[in-house]
Design a protein around this ligand. Structure first.
Ligand code: MD3
Ligand code: FE
Length: 199
């Protein structure tokens, strides 16, 4: 079922449990090559979300700033974007250029992501596709400028969200994760994948 909240297109239950489990298995291989790391903000504050990436570029935050890089902080190249992940992009963003980055965000039960805009990409007319796996998360959607009214929705394992149009430039964040709401990940927590065109 597709739910539209403003310009956000939420495909609830897009992935079957089997598809979700297969995706977790290929993500483990990605993370073996490019392990999760804890980014720090340019001001030196550690983020609560752990991150890695697949694709030509990954997103990095450290004391030097925010940017896309061709290598993991360890120096190794990012793994390829798994085909099962790429096929979701091609289904839901038909006609768009293939993504150059699959950002992998991992949340434990106390991680959150403050309201922000994604604007480190060169061309904000390309859509972003987000895939949720594991524990439920409270996703908050705001406006293209900071402040104003927001709408919140719980994202569940297997849900896919497409951000195009005004949603692509909207402020958004994750207020909290509901621990133990899914059994997909053996140690619990939540994985969010975001597919992006970067250049
Ligand atoms: C709206 N991730 O990685 S996914 C992010 O669940 C990010 O990890 C959250 O915000 C997460 O930047 C939210 C939904 C999402 C992702 C990217 C967007 C919404 C977006 C980019 C532009 C606009
Ligand atoms: Fe974001």
């Amino acid at each position: 079922s597709v739910l539209r909240v403003r310009d956000f297109e939420i495909h609830a239950g897009y992935l079957s449990l089997e598809q979700q489990a297969a995706m977790v298995a290929v993500l483990r291989e990605c993370l073996a090559q490019a392990p999760l790391f804890q980014p720090v903000t340019p001001r030196g504050k550690p983020m609560s979300v752990r991150m890695s990436a697949a694709g030509e570029f990954g997103w990095i935050s450290d004391r030097k700033g925010y940017r896309y890089e061709r290598a993991h902080p360890s120096g190794v190249g990012w793994p390829r974007i798994p085909d099962t992940v790429l096929s979701i992009w091609r289904d839901l963003a038909p006609g768009a250029r293939d993504p150059e980055c699959c950002l992998i965000n991992w949340y434990d039960g106390s991680a959150k992501m403050g309201m922000h805009q994604d604007r480190d990409e060169a061309d904000l007319t390309h859509p972003v596709v987000s895939i949720s796996l594991g524990d439920d998360a409270l996703f908050r959607m705001g406006n293209t400028t900071r402040g104003g009214k927001t709408d919140s929705v719980w994202l569940r394992s297997g849900d896919v969200v497409v951000m195009a149009g005004a949603a692509r430039r909207a402020y958004h964040g994750i207020d909290r994760v509901r621990p133990d709401s899914s059994t997909l990940l053996p140690k619990g927590g939540r994985i969010n994948l975001t597919l992006r065109v970067v250049t």
